[in-house]
Write a protein that binds this ligand. Structure first.
Ligand code: AMP
Length: 293
């Protein structure tokens, strides 16, 4: 028996994830899959991105779907369009040999019509950003009153991005007897409030130390004057010729400015922020994934 079989994961899923290179469960998967696959409890997982949490909730969620029914049973909410697309892609990859499970991603910046038609064709699991989902609900194009499982991924980020009201409205339209699985890297007050409102008696799992970064990352910081910041950034890049990196900025304008400077200075860079069209955002993400940036 390999590790996945011991955890009661369906053989079609095991076949797909084995092909994806998963050999054994990550710590969060070990702690969550056995609880979540029963589908009987609310759940809080404190874990960073990169710990394997998509599979931690994705594999049990897929296993719980009743494909004889055409209703939406699982709803996954994520803060950004990119994460939404990534989760849906991951779930589709896990379902390579279970293609009767229908997964639909809904997020802003692209045609809502195509998403409406995908929902109409039948979706078992919907992966959504709160904004676009609220829009679809307002247009009466989606029925979430049938869901059995709501997953709030990066719940802390959703609050940071101001989605509290949307989340309240969305969750208010879901059945009271559904189960909610919440994942967050940090546990600010707002999350505590959500968990006490929506997650009665949750099973709680913490991977690593609360509010800390992943163990496989080390952190270095430099204190520089504002006027030297760009020069310092360039020096770091120059010292690491094969750098494959993301520079996080506070504002959209700053993101644009720094990438423009880098490009002008001959670096292979681009920017990603909310003022770009979704087509451009997808293009930048694709180039980044291909490592051509
Ligand atoms: P996540 O935290 O869900 O973003 O996952 C981080 C990365 O780890 C993704 O590229 C996954 O495909 C990969 N991953 C997740 N679970 C496993 C596993 N059990 N074995 C190997 N890789 C995994």
């Amino acid at each position: 028996m390999n590790h996945f079989e011991e955890f009661g994961i369906k053989k079609e899923l095991i076949k797909a994830i084995t092909e994806l290179g998963f050999e054994k469960l990550t710590p969060i998967q070990k702690q969550s899959i056995s609880v979540l696959k029963e589908g009987r409890q609310n759940f809080i997982g404190m874990a960073q991105t990169g710990t394997g949490k998509t599979a931690a909730f994705g594999l049990p969620l897929i296993s719980l779907v009743d494909t004889d029914s055409r209703t939406i049973q699982g709803l996954i909410l994520a803060p950004t369009r990119e994460l939404c697309v990534q989760i849906a892609k991951d779930l589709e990859n896990y379902c390579k040999y279970l293609n009767e499970v229908k997964i639909v991603a809904v997020y802003g910046g692209v045609s809502i019509r195509d998403q409406i038609s995908s929902i109409k064709k039948g979706a078992h699991i919907v992966v959504a950003t709160p904004g676009r989902l609220t829009d679809l609900i307002r247009r009466k194009k989606i029925n979430i009153s049938t869901i059995k499982y709501a997953v709030l991924d990066e719940a802390d980020e959703m609050l940071n991005m101001g989605f509290q009201e949307d989340l309240d409205a969305i969750l208010g339209l879901t059945p009271a007897d559904k189960h909610t699985w919440l994942f967050a890297a940090t546990m600010p007050e707002g999350i505590r409030a959500i968990t006490s409102r929506y997650l009665s008696d949750p099973f709680e799992v913490t991977i690593g130390i609360k509010n800390s970064a992943a163990e496989n990352s080390s952190h270095i910081y430099y204190v520089v004057h504002e006027r030297d910041r760009y020069k310092a950034l360039k020096r770091i890049v120059d010292a690491n010729p094969n750098i494959f990196a993301i520079v996080f900025c506070r504002t959209r304008a700053e993101t644009q400015k720094i990438s423009e400077k880098l490009i002008k200075d001959g670096y292979n860079a681009d920017s990603l922020h909310g003022d770009l069209s979704q087509t451009l955002r997808d293009k930048v993400m694709k180039h980044y994934r291909d490592r051509s940036l």
